[in-house]
Design a protein around this ligand. Structure first.
Ligand code: NAD
Length: 478
C-alpha cells in the first residue's frame, strides 16, 4: 500500500510514493537512520496565497515553493501551473529533483513550485500578473536567487513565464550582477541557452537509446538491441513529449502512437510527428489527423496499443494497477515525473518489463538548466572565447596533414574537420555525455545486486549515497 498523506482536505500519495521508493532503496545503503531521514524530508515548504485583479473584483491564488534539500546550493526545480497542483505533489516533485540532480551529477539541491491555476482560463496579462506576484512573494521570503533557489519551467509554464520571473527578480534586485541566474529556461534573447527548450526530450531519447543499446538486457526482453525500427508510443505532445518523439524518430525509432488529453491516434507504420503537431495546432486536436489508421477518444486506450517502448510524457499517475496489465510495451521510459505507480511498476517488472525511471530519464532539462546557470554566472556564451582559436588550430592541422600526405580533402571534409563547436553543439555534447554516463552508472548498481530489482531503486541508491556524502562533509551547525 502506498503511504497516503492528507493535504488540505485532499488525500494524495505522490510524495508517499517517492518516500516509499526511497525507503526501499535505503535498505541497500549503509547510512544511519537519522541521516536517511534528513535526506528524505522536505527541508522547507512555503505555502502562500495572493490576490490578483480580475474583471471588476479580485481572485485569490494558491501557490507553493518547496525546497527539499540543501545539501547543495542553490536548490533547483520547475514551477508547475496547474489547477490540479497541491502541496503533496510539489513536495514529491521537489524530492525527485534532489535525487535527479544527484543522479546526473548536477550540483543543486531539489526544489519545486506550484501555482494552482489552469493557465488556459487566464489572459496573458493576468498570467503575467500572477507570475510576477508569485516571484515577489518568493523574493520576500528569500526563496529565489542565483545562489538560493533557481526556478525553471514545468508543466504549464515555459520561456515566457521565465522571462517575467527574470525581469521581476532583476527589477527587485537592482545592480545584482548575477540576477539572470535566478531562473533558467529563459529565451535565448534573454540570457537563455541554446538547446534548453528541447533538452528534456533530447535527454529522454538518449536515455532510451542507451537502454536499448545493451544487448544482454534486450535479449531478456526478446528485443534486438538498437533503436532502429523500435515501435514507440508517446503520451503528451507538450515540451517533453514532442521533443522526445521528434528525437526518437530521428534516432531511428518509429512513433506508432501519440496520446493527448483529447484522445489518441495510432498507425503501426508510423506517424509524422511534425504533421501531427501542425494538425493539432490548426484544429486544436490530434484526432482527425489523416495519417492515423486508428483513433481513440479515450486517451488511456492509446497507451495500451502494440509497441515496444512507451514514453509517458504528460503527467503523473498515468500507469497504475488499473491499466498496467494492458500495456503491451516491454520498456517504459518515464518522460513525465511520477507517471508509474509503485504497484504498477512491481507488476511490470514481474511480467519481465523494464522501466527507465523519471529521476534519470527526464534529467536532460535540469542538466541544460545547469549549463544555462553557469553561462549566466560567467556572463559569456559557451564557445565564444575558443571557437575561432579551435578553427585556426584545426586549419593548421589539416593543412599540415594535406602537405605531408599530398592528399587534398574535399571542401566538405575540410569544413567538417575545421569547424569549431557552437554553443548548441557544446550543450548537446554535455547533455549526451551526462545521459550516457548516468545510465551506465545506474545500470551497474542495478546489476551489482539482484535484490535491488529495478533501475529506479538503483538510481535512488546511487543518489542517496552521493547526497549522504555531501551532508556528511557539511556536518551539522550549530
Ligand atoms: P507541457 O505543459 O509542455 O506538456 C504537457 C502535455 O501533456 C500537454 O500537451 C497536455 O495537453 C498533455 N496532457 C495533459 N493531460 C494529458 C492526459 N491526461 N493525457 C495525455 N496528454 C495529456 O509540460 P511538459 O513540460 O512537457 O511536462 C510534462 C511532464 O514532464 C511533467 O510531468 C513535468 O513535470 C515533466 N518534466 C518536464 C521538464 C521540462 O523541461 N519541461 C523536465 C523534467 C520533467
Amino acid at each position: 500500500m502506498a503511504t497516503n498523506i492528507l493535504v488540505a482536505d485532499q488525500e494524495t500519495h505522490f510524495f508517499g510514493d517517492v518516500c516509499k521508493n526511497f525507503d526501499h532503496a535505503a535498505q541497500f545503503t549503509k547510512h544511519d537512520a537519522g541521516l536517511l531521514d534528513q535526506i528524505k524530508s522536505c527541508n522547507s515548504v512555503y505555502r502562500f496565497r495572493f490576490p490578483i485583479r480580475r474583471g471588476n473584483g479580485f481572485e485569490v491564488i494558491d501557490a507553493w515553493r518547496v525546497e527539499h534539500s540543501h545539501h547543495q546550493s542553490p536548490t533547483k526545480g520547475g514551477i508547475r501551473y496547474s489547477e490540479m497542483v497541491n502541496e503533496d505533489e510539489v513536495m514529491a516533485l521537489a524530492a525527485l529533483m534532489t535525487y535527479k540532480c544527484a543522479i546526473v551529477n548536477v550540483p543543486f539541491g531539489g526544489a519545486k513550485g506550484g501555482i494552482k491555476i489552469n493557465p488556459k482560463n487566464y489572459t496573458v496579462s493576468e498570467l503575467e500578473n500572477i507570475t510576477r506576484r508569485y516571484t515577489v512573494e518568493l523574493i520576500k521570503k528569500n526563496f529565489i536567487g542565483p545562489s538560493i533557489d533557481v526556478p525553471a519551467p514545468d508543466y504549464g509554464s515555459g520561456e515566457r513565464e521565465m522571462s517575467w520571473i527574470a525581469d521581476t527578480y532583476a527589477t527587485m534586485n537592482p545592480g545584482q550582477l548575477d540576477a539572470m541566474g535566478a531562473v533558467t529556461g529563459k529565451p535565448i534573447a534573454l540570457h537563455g541557452i541554446a538547446g534548453r527548450r528541447e533538452a528534456t526530450g533530447r535527454g529522454v531519447a538518449i536515455a532510451t537509446r542507451e537502454c536499448v543499446s545493451v544487448g544482454e538486457d534486450m535479449q531478456k526482453l526478446g528485443l534486438l538491441p538498437g533503436l532502429s525500427g523500435k515501435r514507440v508510443i508517446v503520451q503528451g505532445l507538450g515540451n517533453v513529449g514532442y521533443y522526445s518523439a521528434k528525437f526518437l524518430s530521428e534516432l531511428g525509432a518509429i512513433i506508432v502512437g501519440l496520446c493527448e488529453f483529447e484522445g489518441a491516434i495510432y498507425n503501426e507504420n508510423g506517424l509524422d510527428i511534425e504533421a501531427v503537431f501542425q494538425h493539432r495546432k490548426a484544429t486544436g486536436s490530434i484526432l482527425g489527423y489523416a495519417g492515423a489508421t486508428q483513433e481513440f477518444s479515450n486517451t488511456m486506450e492509446g497507451l495500451e496499443q502494440p509497441c515496444d517502448i512507451l514514453v509517458p510524457a504528460a503527467l503523473e499517475n498515468q500507469i497504475t494497477v488499473d491499466n498496467i496489465r494492458n500495456i503491451q510495451a516491454k520498456i517504459i521510459v518515464e518522460g513525465a515525473n511520477g507517471p508509474t505507480s509503485p504497484e504498477a511498476e512491481e507488476i511490470f517488472y514481474a511480467n519481465g518489463g523494464i522501466i527507465v525511471p523519471d529521476m534519470y530519464a527526464n534529467a536532460g532539462g535540469v542538466t541544460v538548466s545547469y549549463f544555462e546557470w553557469l553561462k549566466n554566472l560567467s556572463h559569456v556564451a559557451f564557445g565564444r572565447m575558443n571557437r575561432r582559436f579551435e578553427e585556426n588550430s584545426n586549419l593548421n592541422l589539416v593543412n599540415m596533414v594535406e602537405g605531408i600526405t599530398g592528399v587534398a580533402l574535399t571542401p566538405m571534409q575540410r569544413s567538417t574537420i575545421i569547424k569549431g563547436a557552437s554553443e548548441l553543439e557544446l550543450v548537446n555534447s554535455g547533455l549526451e555525455d551526462t545521459m550516457i554516463r548516468s545510465y551506465h552508472e545506474i545500470r551497474e548498481i542495478y546489476k551489482s545486486n539482484p535484490a535491488i530489482g529495478t533501475l529506479r531503486n538503483a538510481a535512488m541508491v546511487g543518489a542517496i549515497n552521493k547526497i549522504a556524502v555531501s551532508y556528511q562533509n557539511l556536518g551539522i551547525w550549530p
